[in-house]
Design a protein around this ligand. Structure first.
Ligand code: 5GP
Ligand code: MN
Length: 335
């Protein structure tokens, strides 16, 4: 993988560009993809964003979100766009497996592949150019760095700034996680100087749910959370019946995994959701518990040190039992 700076001199030659991100894109995935799209379009590139799956309604306000192609829903259209791509950007993921049904197609493409990502253990050999930096708060921060380093700060428009800000607050928990280094605040000060209005971005992301989602949250905390004080761990397991009863949609469960971390002493919070196609795991930790390694070892996943995800094809009860065994095996780190 060659350094991303090598493409700066190529930015002036208009190309057909496809930007991709991970399945069920969150604010950072969608924000970085759309920010890059708005930036590159100003050079005359023809840019299309493709998501492997659908996404939460709370990212639909982002400028350009309506034009994003959902691979699961419009496979033929997406495949046609991918076949024409000269450049393929891969944002907020670092291995094609994170793009689900789109993975085989992306692997087969012969075009120039460019990685921008902040997760651990990148599959570097799959990319022509790129940057992988786990010290970065978000992929949106890396897109900001890319724009500045390319020497085109004049193309950092308000729509680019809004998308970047959304991803940063998404991935830093609104500036509270350790990943919020001083540079993140300087970056935001720059966006504010450019005219960014930050409150509407917070409202669009976090005050944009329907009543049923709050009722679901109440039921979840009351009935679906188990606390294992001996392991400083809490687990939320959501059965399919809850998803149906409360009309839960993509994005409604975002942030749920953080609630148990507000209990005194809890070091590891886990959430498992009984989705149609798989049991999807989320892990969050405080301090020295490495979620990335844990997710990789037990649940075919990965991510960051304090935030990771994974999945299992086992039924809910079986994968929960595996989790309980796994925390026993990690007792010495959790206590
Ligand atoms: P979340 O719990 O919000 O779905 O994901 C937490 C972090 O772990 C995110 O940065 C996400 O990209 C990553 N992640 C989630 N699920 C998986 C997975 O199955 N595999 C890998 N490698 N990373 C994941
Ligand atoms: Mn991210």
């Amino acid at each position: 993988m060659k350094p991303i700076a090598d493409i700066f001199t190529l930015l002036h030659e208009p190309r057909t560009v496809v930007i991709t991100t991970h399945q069920k894109p969150d604010a950072d995935a969608m924000g970085s993809s759309l920010a890059l799209k708005h930036f590159l379009s100003q050079f005359g590139h023809h840019v299309i964003v493709i998501s492997p799956t659908n996404w939460a309604a709370w990212v639909n306000w982002m400028p350009g979100a309506k034009e994003v192609i959902d691979y699961d829903f419009s496979k033929e259209k997406a495949d046609q766009a991918l076949d024409k791509a000269e450049w393929l950007f891969c944002l907020d993921y670092n291995a094609f497996s994170r793009t689900k049904n789109m993975a085989a197609k992306l692997e087969s493409l012969q075009c120039t592949k460019i990685l921008v990502d902040h997760h651990r253990e990148p599959d570097e050999k799959s990319f022509t150019y790129g940057i992988s930096d786990t010290s970065k708060s978000s992929t949106c921060e890396m897109i900001y760095d890319f724009i500045i380093a390319s020497g085109h700060v004049e193309k950092l428009t308000l729509e680019v700034a809004e998308c970047i800000y959304a991803g940063i607050i998404g991935d830093t928990g609104s500036f509270r996680f350790d990943s919020t280094h001083a540079g993140v605040h300087r970056l935001v000060a720059h966006l504010k100087d450019l005219g960014l209005k930050h409150s509407p971005v917070h409202e669009s992301l976090y005050d944009n749910f329907l009543e049923n989602r709050l009722r679901f949250l109440g039921n979840t905390l009351q009935n679906r959370m188990e606390v294992f004080y001996e392991y400083n761990t809490a687990l939320i397991a959501i059965p399919k019946s809850d998803l149906l009863k409360y009309y839960i949609k993509t994005g409604d469960t975002e942030g749920l995994v953080n609630y148990p971390l507000s209990i005194q002493g809890i070091k590891l919070a886990a959430l498992v959701i009984d989705r149609d196609e798989e049991r999807k795991w989320s892990f969050r930790s405080k301090g020295n518990f490495d979620c990335n390694t844990f997710a990789r070892k037990y649940f075919e996943g990965g991510g960051h040190f304090n935030a990771a995800g994974g999945h299992s094809s086992d039924p809910l009860e079986k994968t929960v039992a595996k989790f309980k065994q796994a925390i026993k095996e990690n007792e010495s780190i959790l206590q």
